[in-house]
Design a protein around this ligand. Sequence first.
Ligand code: CA
Length: 230
Amino acid sequence: MPNFIILVVEDEDAIREMLVVVLEQAGFTVQAVPNAEDAQRFLNDTLPDLILLDWMLPNLNGVEWARRLRKEPIYQELPIILLTARGEEEDKIRGFGCGIDDYMTKPFSPRELVARLRAVLRRSSKHQWSPQIIVGDLTLDTEQHRLMISDKVVEVSPTEFRLMQFFMTHPDKVFNRTQLLDQVWGRSVYIEERTVDVHIRRLRKILEAYGREELVQTVRGFGYRFSVTQ
Ligand code: CA
């Protein structure tokens, strides 16, 4: 299974700690915070694969925070599972529409939680997280963390691997440096845009060895495109 990052936002210590144990045992990388403000700070540096979000939080509640997140393009498709206490109205939760991908009523069994979480991850990521992404004669195996061109294994760094993963799941679209930074590196404020250029150059060099440097195209004045149709 690819290494999914789950952000847990839960103010009750005992539940938060239980969630961390359960999710880590299930093989997820987990970051847990007690409120929406800390969660927002986490998002500034890292884009998780899913947020497990308690509804009733101090200050800003989970539903309100989720609504704000959905207004930003980068978070529109980020899966969110809402945790609710018994007694909170289910019809209200259903009314959230596309804001929430699923919800679970406390108390729930760890097994059910993990199953629902995997289901949401599968639904939300038809292409990006399937174990193999195949584009032409390129195969990216996200389980074995391996890139192959015509069945030859290509050596790439973790960053170039993520860059390839993003490109191969978003072919023929133009992305500017900021978008690539957000999608491939997460929203770190410490990384400069020219870092993208450095990694693109390295990636091209690698592809060049296989005669495939034309896959990564520069779109002057805007950014880059992974072009599979030429
Ligand atoms: Ca709570």
